[in-house]
Write a protein of this length. Structure first.
Length: 202
């Protein structure tokens, strides 16, 4: 076995160790959150979780910066959205004229390259990514690459969101609540806005 092979094995082992550590951290954070909720020691639990995350983040990102490794990335799958929020630039007519949606396999291949470069955290966003009919299968393939996956959603598709969460396909969900109930429809440009679906997603 030559030096190049040994180096390649060492690099692969380092990436595997990094990913195992990441999974352990998420397990620890979720376990802590569980006991935090059960015991109602909110202040102490929040402080401990914040401290653990801060230490972990500082160590991880400092090491990555030292080695020039990109730790996070985002996949903007589509500019399509079921809402028409005036403050959003993503799905405007001018933007859509210049955009072409890439097929799922292109994103998966890109995900493989990013994972090889050291990316650990991946944001799935849009537009509204839950408009994609094959989103569960797509995220399953992305998740298999070892990523911690965050999903951005507007909360209009609670059934799809529940499917992803129940299957353990996303580690974190970011849902933006656009406004208060009385102004929601006007803000998102939909007079027939069903706020019950937003509440279900929450």
């Amino acid at each position: 076995m030559n030096a190049k092979s040994v180096s390649a094995i060492a690099d692969t082992a380092a990436v595997m160790i990094k990913r195992v550590f990441l999974k352990f951290f998420y397990f620890f954070a979720n376990l802590l959150l569980h006991f935090w909720k059960k015991s109602c020691i909110i202040k102490k639990g929040a402080t401990l979780m914040k401290l653990a995350y801060q230490i972990y983040s500082e160590l991880l990102f400092a090491k990555a910066a030292e080695k020039g490794i990109p730790l996070s990335g985002s996949f903007e799958l589509t500019s399509r959205c079921n809402l028409d929020c005036k403050m959003c630039y993503v799905h405007t007519a001018e933007c859509n004229k210049k955009r072409e949606e890439m097929p799922a396999q292109w994103w998966i291949e890109t995900g493989k390259q990013a994972a090889s470069a050291g990316v650990l955290f991946l944001l799935i966003t849009g537009g509204e990514p839950l408009l994609q009919p094959d989103i569960a299968d797509f995220i399953k393939k992305i998740k298999a690459l070892g990523y911690a996956v965050k999903l951005d959603t507007n909360g209009c598709f609670p059934e799809k969101l529940k499917e992803l969460l129940d299957a353990g396909l996303v580690d974190y969900v970011a849902m933006d609540v656009k406004n208060g109930p009385s102004a929601y429809a006007a803000t998102v440009g939909r007079s027939n806005m069903d706020l019950e679906r937003i509440a279900q997603s929450l």
